[in-house]
Design a protein around this ligand. Structure first.
Ligand SMILES: [Zn+2]
Ligand SMILES: [Zn+2]
Ligand SMILES: [Zn+2]
Ligand SMILES: [Zn+2]
Length: 168
């Protein structure tokens, strides 16, 4: 099922080692480590722009760009993973989800332009005037095809980083 398509490591990978929350605007340093923009801003706050700072994990030096940590490379892989995770997690069935109860949508009805859970989609699949065009949710599919690749990349980056941290 789609809900099990998130490996448990994904939560770990998308968690910033400084604030222990899900990354916001993850920035990639010269080493394979990434941190939230806000966390790096905090980490570099006593350093002049253009000066060298050290990675909080492995202490590899990096230069603070002239416009501050904002100018560091964004970690797009991580950003995409987090977005895919958010989307897949935040698709409620538009028919039966309420503020109190979150029912995850699994399909999209093309005819009604509605996200639906499995049971709400049943009538659409056997409508009197012809079945509606009901498709599995695109975001979930996108995650399975592209997200998996991104996931492998991140795993590689993270394990590289851990090795350096252990032996460095
Ligand atoms: Zn952070
Ligand atoms: Zn590092
Ligand atoms: Zn529903
Ligand atoms: Zn429909």
């Amino acid at each position: 099922m789609a809900s099990s398509s998130f490996p448990p490591e994904l939560d770990e990978i998308t968690t910033c080692p400084i604030c222990f929350e899900e990354f916001t605007s993850p920035k990639l340093l010269d080493c394979p480590h990434s941190f939230c923009l806000k966390c790096l801003q905090g980490h570099c706050r006593y350093k002049p722009l253009g000066a060298k700072a050290q990675c909080p994990l492995c202490r590899m030096e990096f230069v603070i760009p002239s416009n501050g940590p904002e100018g560091l490379r964004p970690n797009l892989v991580l950003q995409n993973l987090i977005e895919a995770k958010r989307k897949a997690r935040a698709e409620p069935c538009e028919v039966c989800s309420t503020d109190e109860q979150f029912v995850r949508a699994t399909v999209f009805c093309m005819d009604c332009s509605q996200r639906l859970c499995e049971s709400c989609s049943l009538p659409h699949k056997r409508w009197g005037g012809g079945a509606h065009d009901v498709k599995p949710l695109g975001d979930v599919q996108a995650f399975n095809s592209e997200g998996k690749l991104a996931f492998v990349l991140v795993i590689t980056m993270v394990s590289l980083g851990q090795q350096r941290a252990w032996h460095g």
